[in-house]
Design a protein around this ligand. Structure first.
Ligand code: ASP
Length: 405
């Protein structure tokens, strides 16, 4: 069995070295040192070079007088991951300390302390984890100049929304991730982290997401935590501000910041934490033919918060109206759009007007995921009537007063 071993082979007149990957076809699959997998049907084994060694990443982290103190809280995700050369899978295993020791340039920007909170892929995040994370960030902000949160990209916008609502922050709180793990040649981890570090010591005072702004290594965007979404499965510039301009562009490698839109400034708000979330809130995507029984189902399970991802300007089929009318008596129902871009307007078509009469609230230009987290926050921290009023009130930049094209 060669799987997991480092080998040297000859194929097509050339010599290749790499780690033998598991293969189900009978062909030899080698992970080369540049990170790519190559399959060989015909080859000659020259030598087995040994088992893969575990690499330890430990380096002294020096504190420099005069530099601001920044906390990195690691929650896992690809940015904290490494390819497991035995299985080919990407797994979370780096700690925050290891990330820092991998990117020594960080030490030129700030004095970094690291805390490993979770080591999970972000699809495993839960509202209870957002609360724990918000509490950790709140405590860290008492003594650090800024906080960076390394996070998986899949659900980063949910976590960023949750912290945006729960935490009134006078300092930068920057979420950062990577689309390619840090041991791949094409990894975006280093640049994203350095740009985040620069943001974390800047004069902004809000929750941001910092990721590649283009497919090259030339700049990152800082997006408002409540206006951002992952819009591509694999591109390094997958994150986009929706219905808003990004807050800033951070050039690489100069790390100069170009502010692009208005923002909370450092020191503008008092540090405050509202740490409750109502979990019985659901996001439902409407599609032609979906029965309103889905609403009744959740209602019967005690859910009193509903966000609907409707069609176009914010619609569902006419046969949902009676159910929604009934549910709206003791629940908050918010309409968002599966178009994502644009604003919900239920005053144009009859279905829309009927929805408004039934008690459904237009979610303005909020992203469906942001509306979901906002409703969890509102129902967790305010009485029902106040929560209902606040749905359409802009709290932290989640609703733009004018639509941006
Ligand atoms: N599935 C991973 C996660 O969200 C992907 C990533 O980190 O980019 O944790």
């Amino acid at each position: 069995m060669l799987t997991g071993k480092r080998v040297r082979i000859r194929a097509k007149g050339k010599v290749f070295e790499g780690i033998v990957m598991p293969s189900f076809t009978g062909n030899l699959v080698l992970k080369l040192d540049n990170g790519y997998n190559v399959g060989f049907v015909e080859y000659e084994l020259i030598e087995v070079l040994g088992e893969l060694e575990k690499v330890e990443f430990k380096r002294e982290i020096l504190r420099k007088e005069g530099l601001p103190d920044v906390k990195i809280i690691s929650t896992g995700g690809t940015i904290a991951s490494k390819v497991d050369y035995r299985t080919g899978a990407v797994t979370s295993q780096f700690t925050a300390e290891e990330i820092i020791s991998e990117i020594p340039e960080l030490a030129e920007i700030c004095n970094v302390s690291a805390e490993l909170l979770y080591n999970i892929l972000s699809e495993n995040m839960k509202p209870a984890y957002w609360i724990e994370l918000a509490k950790r960030v709140y405590e860290s902000l008492k003594s650090y100049e800024g906080v960076i949160i390394t996070h998986g990209t899949d659900t980063m916008h949910f976590s960023a929304s949750a912290l945006s609502f729960m935490l009134s922050t006078p300092k930068p709180v920057v979420f950062v991730g990577a689309q390619r793990s840090s041991d791949r040649p094409s990894s975006d981890a280093t640049m994203n982290l350095l740009c985040s570090a620069k943001l974390s010591v800047s004069d902004v005072g809000e929750v941001l997401v910092c990721m590649h702004g283009s497919t090259s290594d030339d700049f990152c965007y800082a997006h408002r935590g409540v206006k951002v979404r992952k819009m591509h499965t694999s591109r390094r510039d997958a994150f986009q501000s929706i219905n808003a301009k990004p807050v800033a562009r951070i050039y690489y490698p100069s790390l100069e910041i170009d502010w692009l839109s208005s923002r909370f400034r450092r020191g503008e708000r008092e540090l405050e934490l509202k740490d409750r979330l109502e979990e019985k809130v659901v996001l439902i995507k409407f599609f032609p033919g979906l029965s309103a029984e889905i609403i009744d189902f959740f209602h019967s399970k005690g859910y009193h918060g509903f966000v609907i991802e409707g069609t176009g300007l914010g619609h569902v089929s006419t046969d949902w109206i009676e159910t929604l009318k009934r549910v709206c008596e003791d629940s908050i129902v918010v309409m968002t759009s599966q178009c994502l871009f644009g604003r919900v307007c239920d005053r144009v078509y009859d279905t829309g007007r009927d929805l408004l009469k039934a008690g459904v609230i237009e979610g303005e230009d909020m992203l469906p995921e942001t509306a979901l987290v906002k409703l969890m926050f509102l129902l967790g921290n305010y009485d029902f009537e106040t929560a209902k009023k606040l749905v359409k009130t802009n709290l932290v930049g989640e609703i733009e007063s004018r639509s941006v094209y």
